[in-house]
Design a protein around this ligand. Structure first.
Ligand code: AMP
Length: 482
């Protein structure tokens, strides 16, 4: 089946052909003809399947040829995150290149007044996150009376993120006669209930998770301890040498820590998570999409639905807590017919989460044998990579021992591990008495080395220094450091 068989206009067929789409994907084949006929859709599909074009192409076809009215959109697309909304806008602009439709992106974190001005000029399509859309509606900036079509995309994520009450309030304001398209990557009971309340006699389309992942993404796990994770992540990056790669962490804190660590090891990495300002998120995403940034270390919220050309490696630094997120994460690679690899690092504690993932995708993920010779734990210690700092031996001596200025060991002398150790921790001898004074029974031992000046030994008390002489630490360091 070709695009022209689907019923979309000749100009849209031309546009997608120019974009390099030779054949419609399964979801496009199944959804587009029904949407063009005005039917509601209940689609189980995730990003990466061509889902966005499956609703945008018929939507553009339906809306084209009529003029936009001020504040009265004719179609709304709801997305759970700003990044997804921005991505759908990109797709919309690509597909509507030859049409005269106006579109606005209404997401939090951007100027309200700019968005209000756009609405006043008249837009056909709003691509929005629920909170911002509701906000503008309640301020009277949007009139929904002329709305023909609404898309609720990533409904399961909306549910996870607590947006469903907002969606319910919006739906209650819409005209009863409208077309509703609901897409969700998974179909838990709550989503089925929502579908029942929002949709009228929908066409159900299911693109199963195993269909989605098996063909283009090679999946592996690596069994690790928590301490080995950073080392293994670097090892994988060096091994696969991806031009573009995402590493997912469950916690924002780990996103930051891992990014810093990768940078220290010479990788070109940046962070993407929900605590960043919208400007920073946009900037990082743009750099990543343009290939200016090689590695994105991200949390689930910020990276869902990302579509980046040539992204060939996904590393799950942690097994995701929600099994469905695994499908989303690895769906960042192997897109649009390209091949990709997804490697998940699994600790003993994460085995249960892995089982949940394997149950969901109905597949046992193969273990990757990395054949690493050296012990990763020892190598992974950041300090071992840095050049050793010169020992700061004189300071502890000055504080602990009242040694006359000329008798303080030189830095070179203190650099000897034996001396340095003796200076910092003067402990009583156990078996080997040779490093300490022979006759001393006091606990205040001072190692013999400290009292050496060149090769001469100090004369007077001999090697023994009484405790009271060791007590005035304050003055000595000032003199000694001059
Ligand atoms: P989506 O699932 O909508 O996020 O789309 C995933 C990727 O597939 C995007 O980069 C689209 O540009 C691309 N795509 C969508 N439909 C097709 C198609 N029929 N042929 C080739 N690529 C496509």
């Amino acid at each position: 089946m070709s695009f022209s068989d689907l019923g979309i206009s000749a100009s849209l067929v031309q546009t997608v052909t120019k974009l390099g789409y030779s054949l419609p994907t399964p979801i496009q084949q199944q959804a587009i003809p029904h949407i063009l006929c005005g039917r509601d859709i209940f689609g189980c599909a995730q990003t990466g399947t061509g889902k966005t074009a499956s609703f945008l192409l018929p939507m553009i076809d339906i809306l084209q040829g009529r003029r936009a009215k001020a504040r009265m959109p004719r179609a709304i697309i709801l997305e759970p995150t700003r990044e997804l909304a921005a991505q759908v806008l990109e797709n919309f602009n690509d597909y509507s290149l030859n049409e005269s439709l106006k579109v606005a992106l209404l997401v939090g974190g951007e100027s309200l007044s700019d968005q209000e001005k756009l609405l006043d000029k008249g837009v056909d399509v709003l691509i929005a996150t629920p909170g911002r859309l509701l906000d503008l509606f309640e301020r009277g900036r949007i009139l929904l009376a002329d709305l023909k079509l609404i898309v609720i995309d990533e409904a399961d994520r909306m549910l996870d993120m607590g947006f469903i009450p907002d969606v319910n309030r919006l739906i209650a304001q819409l005209p009863k006669i409208r077309q509703t398209l609901l897409f969700s990557a998974t179909m838990p009971d709550e989503i089925k209930k929502l579908a029942n309340s929002y949709l009228t006699n929908p066409k159900e389309i299911i693109i199963s998770p195993s269909d989605r992942t098996a063909t283009t993404v090679t999946q592996h796990i690596v069994n690790v301890t928590f301490k080995e994770k950073r080392f293994i992540a670097r090892f994988l990056l060096r091994q696969y040498k991806p031009t573009s790669s995402i590493i997912f962490c469950n916690r924002k804190r780990d996103v930051d820590v891992l990014t810093d660590s990768l940078k220290r090891h010479g990788f070109h990495a940046a962070t993407l998570h929900g605590d960043m300002t919208q400007t920073m998120r946009n900037q990082t995403l743009d750099e990543f999409k343009q290939g200016k940034l090689a590695i994105l270390v991200a949390s689930d919220v910020a990276a869902r639905g990302l579509d980046v050309d040539g992204l060939s490696l996904v590393i799950n630094f942690d097994v995701p807590i929600n099994a469905e997120d695994y499908v989303h994460r690895i769906g960042r690679t192997g897109r649009a017919g390209n091949q990709g690899t997804a490697v998940t690092l699994v600790t003993d504690k994460e085995q249960k989460l892995l089982t949940a993932v394997e149950d969901l995708i109905k597949e046992k993920i193969s273990v990757l044998d990395l054949k690493i010779e050296p012990k990763p734990q020892a190598k992974d210690k950041e300090k071992t990579v840095k050049a050793p700092k010169p020992p700061r031996a004189p300071k502890p001596v000055q504080k602990k021992v009242a040694v006359p200025k000329e008798e303080i060991p030189t830095v070179e002398a203190a650099a000897s591990p034996e001396v340095a150790q003796a200076i910092v921790v003067p402990q009583p001898p156990r078996n080997n008495t040779s490093r300490f004074t022979k006759n001393s029974k006091s606990r205040d031992f001072v190692p013999r080395e400290i009292f050496k000046k060149g090769s001469e030994e100090v004369i007077g008390f001999g090697d023994f220094v009484p405790a009271f002489m060791l007590k005035e630490p304050a003055k000595i360091p000032v003199e000694a450091s001059e």
